[in-house]
Design a protein around this ligand. Structure first.
Ligand SMILES: [Zn+2]
Length: 237
């Protein structure tokens, strides 16, 4: 059974969604629209507000790819949509506006990561690459807790029949317009991760839709190319 968000998972204030993990040495945060996180300075000042040393920020150059990296330095990473580390002084970050920010926190060791998964990343294998990366670095998927943060949900994520074949049939619903469909991306991500070996009761999903919640979140589909972005962060404290 998929566990949808709730107050247990989210400690919502006016400017932040804060996933809670068993490993209390890890801290994670997701910015709301009400706080400006633009550019490098915005991301640094957000990190600082959360209690991180902003010099430790790792900033991937996101391209909707399926590339996920395990990093041990702060150098910027080209063509990358997910970062993991086991370094105490590194803070993983990503930006999103509708795509899923997926947080990974090891239950007992200092290992964590953040993945940017839009529909392309999802269907082309960003989660397969994530689980491969975790495995190659000597860790077990079932040791990780996962949180899928606020993102566009099945109420608003509409596609045409040209790409519908990419999605699991259990996650697709007919939309009102002919030849259009609604897709539950969070459920597809959940099903994939469960299949790969993550524990289903350790995968939590925010039920907030970025497109619907205009007051709280930026949405690329709603606001177009001038849309702002939200920032996800995870690191050690
Ligand atoms: Zn919606």
């Amino acid at each position: 059974m998929m566990v949808k968000n709730s107050s247990k998972v989210l400690n919502e204030e006016h400017w932040i969604v804060q996933p809670q993990f068993t490993n209390l040495n890890l801290r994670a945060a997701f910015s709301l629209k009400s706080i400006s996180v633009e550019g490098l300075e915005g991301r640094r000042s957000f990190a600082k507000k959360i209690g991180f040393d902003p010099t430790g920020l790792v900033i991937p150059k996101q391209t909707h790819s399926t590339n996920v990296n395990f990093v041990s330095s702060f150098n910027p990473i080209e063509n990358c949509d997910g970062v993991f580390t086991n370094e105490k002084n590194i803070i993983c970050s990503i930006q999103v506006a509708d795509c899923m920010p997926i947080f990974f926190a090891h239950r007992s060791e200092n290992v964590f990561g953040l993945v940017h998964a839009g529909w392309r990343g999802l269907v082309y294998g960003v989660l397969e690459n994530t689980s491969q990366l975790i495995f190659e670095n000597g860790y077990k998927l079932y040791d990780f807790e996962v949180f899928i943060g606020p993102s566009i949900q099945k109420c608003c994520f509409e596609i045409k029949d040209d790409i519908v074949g990419n999605f699991q049939k259990e996650c697709v619903f007919p939309a009102q317009k002919n030849g259009s469909y609604k897709v539950d991306l969070q459920n597809q991500a959940f099903r994939e991760m469960r299949h790969m070996g993550f524990r289903e009761n350790q995968i939590k999903i925010s039920n907030e839709c970025t497109f619907c919640s205009q007051e709280k979140y930026h949405s690329f589909r709603r606001d177009g190319k001038n849309s702002g972005r939200m920032i996800g962060l995870i690191g050690s404290v």
